[in-house]
Each structure stands twice: as C-alpha cells, then as structure tokens.
Design a protein around this ligand. Structure first.
Ligand code: HPA
Ligand code: ZN
Length: 326
C-alpha cells in the first residue's frame, strides 16, 4: 500500500493551524521554566494526561492555559520556528498560520511582541526550512465585537506582517453576524477573510460566514453536509473548507474517525483540505491527519492528489507561487 508514502511525500499547503496549538507539552514546560511561570501540572506527563477532551470548550480551557507561558518576543519566535521546522518534514511548502493575539494582550503582552516574534520566524522560513509562511490574525468570538475592534486597532501598526483575519474560539452562541462590522472594516483595509464555522455550530453559521463576513474560506465547515443548498453553494463557488480530522475526532465532532465526512465532501466536488488545527493537542501534524483519515475512511490516490491540489488552490499565495506548485 503506497498511499501513506504518497500522502507524506506530496508537497502541500497547510491553511488551518493555530500557532498556540503547536506548543508541545515539553515546550510549555521549558518556556514556563525560562519565564518563571507557574503551571498547575507537576510534569509533562501530567499535562499530557489532562488532554482528555469532550468538546471544543474543554479543549479551549487547556489551550489558553498552555499559551500563558508565552511572554517575550523570543518565545513567539521559538514557537513559530519549531512549528515551521516540523512542517517542513511533512513536505509543507506553504503555511498560513493563525494566531490569537487577545490571548496574549489580555495578559499584558504587547501586540508588537506577539507579531514581531511570529513574523520574524515566518520571514526566515524560506531560507531556513524551504517553505513560505504568512500570518492570519484571529479574533476570539467569545469576546465582544468592541474588543475585536480594539484588537484590530492595536494590530494595524503591524499590518504588513499579517495577510488576513479569522474568527475562532467558542462557536456555539457566538455566530459570525456578531462580528459583521469589524469584518466589514477588515475587508475595507484589504485583509483576506476566513472564519471558523460549522465545527460544532449549525450550517446557518456557515451561511453567515459567507454572506455576512464574506469569508473566502471556511475553517472546519464539516456541518455543511446537513444542508444540501449550502453544499451546492460551496461546490459551485469552490469555497475551500479547511478540515481537521484528528481535531474533529478528539473534540467528538466525529468520535469515530471512520465516520468522518471528508471523503463525502471531496466526492461532492468541494474544495476540502486536510490540516492539523492544534497538532500538539490533537495527536498529530498534517501528515498524521492525512494518514489517519485516509486509513479510517478509505481514501484513494485520487483523493490524495485532490487534497494536495485543493490546498494550493485554497491558499492566499500569489499566482506565481501557485503556478510553481502546479
Ligand atoms: N475551533 C475554535 N477555536 C480554536 C480551535 C478550533 O478548532 N483551535 C484553536 N482555537
Ligand atoms: Zn481551528
């Protein structure tokens, strides 16, 4: 069976990876020691044992706690640089990386500290690791639209360091329309637009992400299968879905990976891609996700090729880069 080797070796873009979710337990402990941050876990193993999630919120509580060890520009640089080195071993040739500035500014970390550290690692990635990397700023949807506007304002002095904005954190009860005005402003400013929708939330949230926020990609989007009209819209418009199989399994969106609908999305002609979401928390990087979902759902070499092609089509890279990858 050559499929696992094909999945691993094929060049790919990764479009749905939260940098805070790439902090491995060992790195959390090392940064905590370096920065004198107290952790409520006795050991790396004790922390890893706490990664027993039942839904999105149970994950987010631990994920925000893990991010509390990030204080200095060097911490953000080291975290991004570790992810980029690891991504290169999965033959990722382009990464669009999410970051959650409000998780850090709420603890008194300056916006410039976050963005400069991450951006420096991305700028060095072509030389150091042979891949291109850009940043997408995500607003936390459990916070207010006012706080999202304040975050945008604070980030604008660094606007050349991120290409777009997204929406993440607790989905249910925080529909995309809550952020209509701040996303309108982001569009005026020329940012690319993505949003998490239809992970745990209903198809209506995907409609809102498309029609209200004007999202160019939907992060997750797996609940779209429950709305036939929406499926036709996503297919006809080639609206990419950045799917994260191991995340969906660990957060019990599809408790059994064999029940994951990735193959159905691909066979319906949608531009679905495979991504790691939060690799340190969900048990795998992008190739681990590809291997696991392919084995569990019976993907073919044709699906593998389509996933790689979709990842490049769905990326915000320029036309020259896309032509090189074709
Ligand atoms: N969903 C929502 N918020 C997140 C996620 C996710 O999968 N990962 C990190 N923040
Ligand atoms: Zn995500």
């Amino acid at each position: 069976d050559h499929l696992p080797a094909l999945l691993a070796a094929m060049p790919k873009a990764e479009l749905h990876m939260h940098i805070e979710g790439s902090l491995e337990p060992e790195m959390i402990f090392a940064l905590a020691a370096r920065n004198g941050v107290a952790l409520p876990y006795a050991s790396v193993d004790a922390l890893r044992r706490a990664y027993a999630f039942t839904d999105l919120q149970s994950f987010l509580d631990i994920y925000y706690q893990g991010a509390s060890v990030l204080l200095h520009e060097q911490d953000f640089y080291d975290t991004a640089q570790a992810y980029l080195a690891r991504a290169a071993t999965d033959n990722v040739v382009h990464a669009e990386i999410f970051f959650d500035p409000q998780t850090h500014t709420a603890r008194g970390v300056p916006m410039g500290t976050v963005i400069r550290g991450l951006s420096r690692a991305c700028a060095e990635a072509p030389q150091k690791h042979g891949l291109s990397a850009t940043l997408i700023l995500c607003f936390l949807r459990h916070l207010s639209e006012r706080e999202a506007f304040e975050t945008l304002e604070t980030a604008l002095p660094f606007r050349e360091h991120f290409i777009g904005v997204g929406l993440d954190s607790s989905e249910v009860g925080h529909p995309p329309e809550k952020f209509a005005r701040v996303f309108a402003r982001c569009r005026e400013l020329g940012f690319r637009i993505v949003a998490h929708a239809g992970e745990e939330g209903p198809p209506d949230y995907i409609w809102q992400a498309l029609d209200v926020l004007k999202a160019e990609r939907i992060d997750h989007g797996v609940q779209a299968v429950h709305d036939a009209v929406l499926m036709r819209r996503l297919g006809a418009g080639r609206v990419p879905l950045t799917v994260c199989p191991l995340s969906n399994q660990k957060l019990r969106v599809f408790p059994d990976l064999a029940d994951h609908n990735l193959k159905a999305l691909l066979d319906a002609g949608l531009c679905a891609t495979v991504n790691a979401d939060d690799p340190a928390y969900f048990g795998g990087y992008v190739n681990d996700n590809l291997r696991a979902v392919a084995a569990a759902t019976g993907l073919t070499a044709r699906h593998a090729y389509q996933l790689a092609a979709n990842s490049f089509e769905a990326s915000f890279a320029d036309a020259a880069a896309k032509a090189r990858w074709r």
